[in-house]
Design a protein around this ligand. Structure first.
Ligand code: FES
Ligand code: FES
Length: 159
């Protein structure tokens, strides 16, 4: 049995007929070809697959694609372009917030959720917000620094 869904991803509407068991991460990567969303653990542990659904960060490896029917999804491809990075991407580059880059899409999408919703007045608050995203390379220092810098820009002060 297949089900029809219509979902908006990065401002573009997609329609597809899919199996109800298809994961949203697999829909994004295999059906519509947006491979920027990474899949690590597939168990909701690492955070690499994090995307925004209706403005909230969601683990796409734990979400059925049919649940996204009628929803508005943003993936890392929707943040900026190589020529015009969004503020968080730009600060990740500036502060060396990545090494291998595997965790980076999830870090960015979680970071956008945090930036959009919370004051992030301290590094502790930033670290708590990132606690569901694992990075095996950076030791997190520069990721926190990048988000701290983006918070300053959001708040209109100098990073
Ligand atoms: Fe989804 Fe690890 S791949 S949380
Ligand atoms: Fe390699 Fe985070 S930069 S896992």
């Amino acid at each position: 049995m297949k089900m029809d869904i219509a979902v908006t991803v990065n401002g573009r509407r997609y329609q597809a007929s899919i199996e109800p068991r298809l994961l949203l991460s697999d829909f994004l990567r295999d059906i519509i070809g947006l491979t920027g969303t990474h899949v690590g653990c597939e168990h909701g542990v690492c955070g690499a697959c994090t995307i925004l659904v209706n403005g909230d960060s969601v683990r796409s490896c734990l979400t059925l694609a049919v649940r996204a029917d009628g929803m508005d999804v943003v993936t890392v491809e929707g943040l900026g372009t190589p020529d015009q990075l969004n503020v968080l991407q730009s600060e990740f580059r500036e502060k060396h917030g990545l090494q291998c880059g595997f965790c980076t899409p999830g870090m960015l999408m979680t970071g956008m959720d945090l930036l959009n919703k919370y004051p992030l007045a301290s590094d502790d608050e930033i670290r708590e917000g990132l606690s569901g995203n694992l990075c095996r390379c950076t030791g997190y220092q520069n990721i926190v620094a990048a988000i701290r810098s983006a918070v300053a820009l959001r708040n209109g002060s100098t990073p």
